[in-house]
Each structure stands twice: as structure tokens, then as C-alpha cells.
Design a protein around this ligand. Structure first.
Ligand SMILES: Cc1cc2nc3c(=O)[nH]c(=O)nc-3n(C[C@H](O)[C@H](O)[C@H](O)COP(=O)(O)OP(=O)(O)OC[C@H]3O[C@@H](n4cnc5c(N)ncnc54)[C@H](O)[C@@H]3O)c2cc1C
Ligand code: SF4
Length: 319
């Protein structure tokens, strides 16, 4: 690992100043430090954010919740109002990593964790250095994307938390030296296009301060389901966060493990809003969403898996 400076400010403005000019924020370090050890990342300055007054979950005026960026994954999953009002979010966080990692990992860091494509850590590729190619497309890609990918990169986004937050229309709040800003999570991860190295819409040097979850009638009737290669301690093969409120005629579906970003299943949602929310409609909606899938030779199984998950979880949510 290359030498780096370390700072631990107690104030947001001091953190922004410390990171100005190429410093990197350090949350729990459970992704960034691994990548530094592997030589994928080599920041010259780390700005530890864990002493900033950003931890905790608070009520929002619209009936939603505001989750501070340095809240640990464990505290978020255990929060009584998160469990009661956004159960899929608590379940998604608990489906990720291990208890020890969740105790360290923060909300901001989880949203910004990098892909688990094995080539990315092992060698230079388009995501690390534009123009250097994507060995996964002709190589090992059984756990790669089926939706929205391009020839420049077929990696998936690894976060479980982000999938559930996307289903609930979360908004990411941040600070910069020029002032605050916010980005809906749906726009936070740009389409991969031919710039897979550009992973978020955050301005340079921005510090994530919080994630706002709007109040929602459907979120208390939600769940997260994750299919993975081991019973625990494994990233999603395919996952789903879904919510269903028959009285309000409201449905939310987001998928993980299928694209370079958490995937909001807008086609399926629109299909279901056209008619009665019947079990037959759930299958048809899944098929409509996955008609856009473009699997590679080694990952076609994900299309069926994602379809079955959409149908099964919506059926479970139907009273
Ligand atoms: C073995 C293992 C298994 C795992 N399994 C899963 C899993 O199944 N599902 C899952 O979702 N995750 C999983 N994870 C990933 C884990 O959840 C992430 O490593 C963790 O959430 C990252 O949080 P962190 O606070 O440690 O981030 P860090 O490693 O500290 O930072 C990650 C990135 O975020 C940036 N950053 C951090 N905080 C801020 C901020 N406030 N503002 C701006 N930038 C910031 C950092 O600069 C860095 O670029 C696993 C990790 C490991 C090691
Ligand atoms: S899928 Fe993306 S991260 Fe993986 S090798 Fe290809 S360019 Fe790199």
C-alpha cells in the first residue's frame, strides 16, 4: 500500500477543505482500504468522516426518514422506524456482508462501494482505465449484468442497500465547498454507456451527508429477497426490493445484481398499474420488464431467476 496522509475532522466544512484537491473520504474503510491494498486505489490523503455529526436516523417533515451518511449498516438495519416503515431496507442491509462488516460500514460508503467484478480487482480494464477493454465479456461473466450493459463494461453494482432505497425513491444529499445539493437515487448512478469509470453523478469532492426516504404508503408492505451463491456473506446473484399496496393501487419493484446500477423495474410497475394486481399480472409484468434483457452466454439463467423473483415476491406481498 502506498503512503497516505490521514485526517479526522469533526466538522463538515473542515472535511470538505481537507478533501479538496484529491483527498478521499473514509467511512468504515471496508471497501476502500481493501482496494488500496490491492493497488486499485491509491489516494494520497484519507479524510475520515466518522467523527462528523452525521450519524443517526431522524424524522422528515413529509413523513419520511432522513438517514445520516455515517450511520452504520448495523444501526440502520436495527432502527425501529426503519424496520416498521421500510422493512425491505432493513432486510436488504441485513442480507449484506457480515455482522462485523455491518458494524463498520457506513451508509455513504455502501452507496459508493465499487463493483465486485473479479477482473476489476485483478487487472486494468475499462472501469479502471478507459480504453483498456473488458475481459469479462469474452471471459468469466456468469454473475454479470443482463440489463442496460454495453460492450464497454458488463459489471453489476454490488449494494443491497441501494436496491431497497431505490424502490423507495430515496434522495442522496451532499455538501460541497460551493454549497449543498441533492440527487434522486434513480439518477445517482448514470447509465454505463461508454464511461464505466464514471460511476456516480456526485460532483468532484462532494461529501454525502444523508439519504432522505420520502414518506410512503407502500413501503411498510415491502420486502427484500436475495438469491446468492452462499447462504450468507455473498453478493447478490439477483435480488429484489418490492412493495405492494392493493388499496392504494401502488407497486414498487427494484432489482439488484442485474445491471451496472440498482435497476428500477419501471416497465413492470407501469404494466401492473394498468390493471388489477393479480398473480397472472405479476408474471406478465416480469416478462415485460425482462424483454429488454440481453444475457451473455454464461448468465442467461439470471433472466429466469429475476422473473421468478418478481412473480414470487409480489405474490407473497398480496394479502
Ligand atoms: C467480504 C465482504 C462482503 C460484503 N458483502 C456485501 C453484500 O453482500 N452486500 C452489500 O451491499 N455489501 C457488501 N459488502 C460491502 C460493504 O457493505 C461495503 O464495503 C461497505 O458498505 C462500504 O462502506 P464503508 O463505510 O466501509 O465504505 P468505505 O470503504 O470507507 O468507502 C467506500 C467509498 O465511499 C466513499 N465514501 C465513504 N463515505 C463517504 C461519504 N460520506 N461521502 C462521500 N464519499 C464517501 C469512499 O471515499 C470510498 O470511495 C461486503 C464487503 C466485504 C468486505
Ligand atoms: S465488466 Fe467492467 S469491471 Fe469487469 S472487466 Fe469489464 S470493464 Fe472491468
Amino acid at each position: 500500500m502506498k503512503e497516505f496522509a490521514y485526517e479526522r475532522p469533526a466538522d463538515v466544512r473542515d472535511a470538505l477543505i481537507a478533501a479538496d484537491g484529491g483527498g478521499r473520504y473514509l467511512g468504515g474503510g471496508t471497501n476502500l482500504v481493501d482496494l488500496m491494498k490491492e493497488g486499485v486505489e491509491a489516494p494520497t490523503r484519507l479524510v475520515d468522516v466518522r467523527r462528523l455529526p452525521l450519524a443517526g436516523v431522524s424524522e422528515a417533515p413529509d413523513g419520511g426518514l432522513v438517514i445520516g451518511a455515517t450511520t452504520t449498516n448495523s444501526d440502520l438495519a436495527a432502527h425501529p422506524e426503519v424496520r416498521r416503515r421500510y422493512p425491505a431496507l432493513s432486510q436488504a442491509v441485513l442480507a449484506g456482508a457480515s455482522g462485523q462488516l455491518r458494524n463498520m460500514a457506513t451508509v455513504g460508503g455502501n452507496l459508493l462501494q465499487r463493483t465486485r467484478c473479479a477482473y476489476f480487482a485483478a487487472q486494468v480494464c475499462n472501469k479502471r482505465v478507459p480504453g483498456t477493454g473488458c475481459p469479462a465479456i469474452a471471459g468469466e461473466h456468469h454473475n454479470h449484468a443482463i440489463l442496460g450493459w454495453t460492450r464497454s463494461c458488463v459489471a453489476t453494482h454490488p449494494s443491497d442497500m441501494a436496491v431497497a432505497m431505490l424502490a423507495f425513491d430515496a434522495v442522496v444529499r451532499y455538501e460541497t465547498l460551493d454549497g449543498p445539493g441533492e440527487i434522486p437515487l434513480e439518477d445517482f448512478y448514470p447509465p454505463v454507456g461508454d464511461t464505466p469509470h464514471r460511476e456516480t453523478a456526485l460532483p468532484q469532492g462532494a461529501l454525502i451527508t444523508a439519504v432522505a426516504l420520502p414518506g410512503s404508503a407502500v413501503s411498510p408492505r415491502s420486502r427484500y429477497r436475495k438469491v446468492r451463491e452462499r447462504a450468507s456473506y455473498a453478493f447478490a446473484t439477483v435480488s429484489i426490493a418490492a412493495g405492494l399496496d392493493l388499496d392504494a393501487g401502488s407497486v414498487r419493484i427494484a432489482l439488484g445484481g442485474v445491471a451496472s446500477r440498482p435497476w428500477r423495474a419501471r416497465t413492470a410497475e407501469a404494466f401492473l398499474l394498468e390493471g388489477p394486481l393479480t398473480p397472472e399480472a405479476f408474471r406478465a409484468a416480469a416478462d415485460a420488464e425482462l424483454a429488454a434483457a440481453e444475457p451473455l452466454p454464461g448468465n442467461g439463467y439470471k433472466v429466469r431467476l429475476a422473473g421468478n423473483l418478481i412473480e414470487t415476491v409480489l405474490k407473497e406481498l398480496r394479502p
